[in-house]
Write a protein that binds this ligand. Structure first.
Ligand code: AMP
Length: 599
């Protein structure tokens, strides 16, 4: 097989034998999607046959799809919570998986206000590593010469905890950066970062970011790509530069390190690299001191070929700002992954974000799809198992909810993502990420759903009782015009006695109570990562929500079925609301957050 037939119209041929092999692997997997899926399912069922979970459904050792589909229910996290809790509490028996659970990955999805805990096994790290190893071979087909320079990536570890049974619980990327896979990775000219591992592994987010930015500036001419995991992270780095360029330029000018950097391993590392460079300091000062930050990325890092950031899904809101700071550099969305399972990659990473499709790699897990009709969502019950569609059988143009069965022991687990099939690469479908189910607001890693918002509004409204005031209607908006972005909640109030209306202090306190009511990922973003700003309540004048309804009806909504939207993003609606704001209030303090779980 001609390797360069792997991917439609690449710009360059594979650069070396290793890359050619990786591309060939993608070809093999995607050509044989259905067979690979059958094998993956059989492997998972065979190795986990004696687990308590599979025994419960009497598969009798069967490893075929028919038996699996007829006997195993489709589940959500809540269904598995008793099993997961037992594992967390220290039960080491084979409950979900025959291999020992090595740690929990904490998903940014939440359940009862806390991060979901995803059990994982040691070998999953290899599977994730395999997917990572495919990214550069694909990228190099479109962006040649990436071995001639470095990547400026802002990468961070986050807090970790231990479950009562002693297993570590942490986000998947923290697990990866702390692993030997990452720390002792062999030299690879295609994966050289400007950030030293000491900075990536520093848990203090200021020291980590400062050092990563400093090194990025020191090596500015070598930088060929600039990235972060999500778009919000890259924008936070730009904001950080806006706030800290003076001190950074000072360090570069004198060859000395900011005294706020107290981490000994970073100090030691930087002592070796930091030398006085007044010319560079002057250049940085010249670029950063003015008001104009347009195209700041190519101005400071002139050899940048593309931005490596995920801007599909919730992060699409950041595309215009990234365009502004990068002067329209390509935004490459390379992979689609989750704590449950790494799914796949984008075979045409330079396509513009609105046209990105991900190819799910059939070797990563066993994938099924619930047909999704937004007007008619499927209610799944154990009594009536629905017809789930296999990976190779999905249809172009249709939407589906993703269901995964993993080597770590999740069986027919609903991930919560809605995907649309765009086309096929060989016999493997390619999916556009449409949205995550039930997510109303998201700024960074936070995801707030309708019931969480409702609860937060209810908790805050209690403070209004003594003023004989109620919240008649509310909606919300993820304001990302400033970095970090923040939640805006529009409130229409019924104040019985205007002479005794809630004071500004009380409304600010309402903001705080709302924040306290949010899930732990939101609070972590607010407190530890500073990636979400203080929540704002905008009180709108009486009748605003009726006007909102009139507007929706004028655009074709049915009067009978009209419900106030709990989140808005359409500019004319946001403008309508903003034009009726009577007062704005911000949360006066950060909510409580510790890595420990509240339950
Ligand atoms: P987590 O629960 O923190 O592991 O986050 C996984 C979720 O992030 C996925 O289920 C998706 O909803 C979202 N996600 C991951 N990769 C992408 C991507 N490339 N585009 C859009 N959303 C993504």
């Amino acid at each position: 097989m001609a390797v360069d037939s792997c991917l439609s119209s690449p710009v360059c041929p594979p650069v070396n034998e290793k890359f050619a092999k990786a591309l060939q692997f993608i070809e093999e997997m995607t050509r044989n999607a259905d067979t690979v899926q059958e094998r993956v399912l059989a492997e998972i069922l065979a190795r986990n046959a004696d687990t308590e979970y599979l025994q419960r459904f009497h598969l009798g050792g069967a490893t075929d799809r028919g038996t699996f589909k007829s006997k195993i229910p489709v589940v959500t996290y809540e269904d598995l919570q008793p099993e997961i809790q037992r594992i967390a509490n220290g039960d080491r028996s084979p409950i979900l998986c025959s291999h020992p659970i090595s740690e929990f990955l904490t998903s940014s999805g939440t359940s009862a206000g806390e991060r979901k805990l995803m059990p994982t096994i040691r070998e999953e790290m290899d599977r994730r590593q395999l997917l990572y190893s495919l990214l550069m071979p694909v990228m190099s087909l479109y962006a040649p010469g990436l071995d001639k320079g470095k990547g400026l990536y802002f990468l961070f570890v986050k807090a970790e905890t231990k479950t009562p049974g002693g297993l570590v619980a942490r986000p998947v990327l923290t697990s990866y950066y702390k692993s030997d896979h990452f720390k002792t990775r062999p030299y690879d000219p295609y994966n050289v970062y400007t950030s030293p591992d000491e900075a990536i592994l520093c848990s203090d987010s200021f020291q980590s970011m400062y050092t990563q930015m400093l090194c990025g500036l020191l090596m500015r001419e070598e930088v060929l790509r600039v990235g972060a995991v999500f778009a919000s992270g890259l924008l936070r780095a730009i904001r950080f530069l806006q706030l800290n360029w003076r001190q950074l330029a000072h360090d570069i000018s004198n060859g000395s390190l900011n005294p706020k950097i107290t981490d000994p391993s970073i100090q030691e590392r930087m002592a070796k690299t930091l030398k006085p460079n007044p010319d560079l300091a002057e250049f940085i000062t010249k670029e950063c001191e003015g008001e104009n930050w347009e195209r700041i990325i190519p101005r400071i890092w002139p050899n940048t070929k593309y931005l490596d950031v995920i801007v599909t899904g919730a992060m699409a809101q950041y595309i215009p700002l990234l365009d502004f700071y990068s002067g329209g550099l390509p935004q490459a969305c390379t992979m689609y992954a989750s704590s449950e399972c790494y799914f796949g990659l984008n075979l045409k990473p330079m396509t513009k974000p609105s046209e990105v499709s991900y190819t799910i790699m059939p070797n990563m897990g066993y994938f099924e799809f619930i047909p999704h009709d937004p007007a008619n969502p499927v209610q799944l019950s154990r009594e009536a198992p629905p017809q789930l569609v296999d990976l190779a059988d999905v249809e172009v143009g249709k939407e589906y909810e993703l269901v995964v069965t993993t080597y770590s022991g999740l069986c027919r687990y609903r991930v919560g993502d809605i995907l649309r099939v765009t086309e096929f690469h060989n016999s493997a479908p390619q999916f556009k990420f449409i949205r995550r189910k039930n997510v109303l607001l998201s700024i960074d890693a936070d995801k707030t759903d309708e019931s969480e918002l409702q609860k937060a509004v209810e908790n805050a409204s209690v403070l209004l009782h003594e003023f004989d005031t109620t919240v008649v209607e509310y909606t919300s908006y993820a304001d990302t015009k400033t970095i970090p972005g923040h939640y805006v909640i529009y409130w229409e109030l019924l104040v019985k006695d205007p002479a005794h209306a809630p004071t500004r202090e009380v409304l600010a306190q309402c903001c705080f109570v709302m924040e306290e009511s949010m899930n732990s990922v939101y609070r972590q973003c607010r407190v530890a990562d500073n990636s979400v700003g203080p929540l704002e309540i905008r009180v709108v004048r009486t009748g605003t929500f009726e006007e909102l309804m009139d507007y929706a009806i004028s655009r074709g909504a049915s009067i009978n079925q009209y419900k106030a939207p709990r989140c808005v993003s359409f500019t004319p609606i946001v403008e309508l609301l903003d034009a009726r704001v009577l007062s704005a209030h911000f949360s006066p303090a950060a909510p409580k957050w510790t890595p420990e779980r509240r339950v």
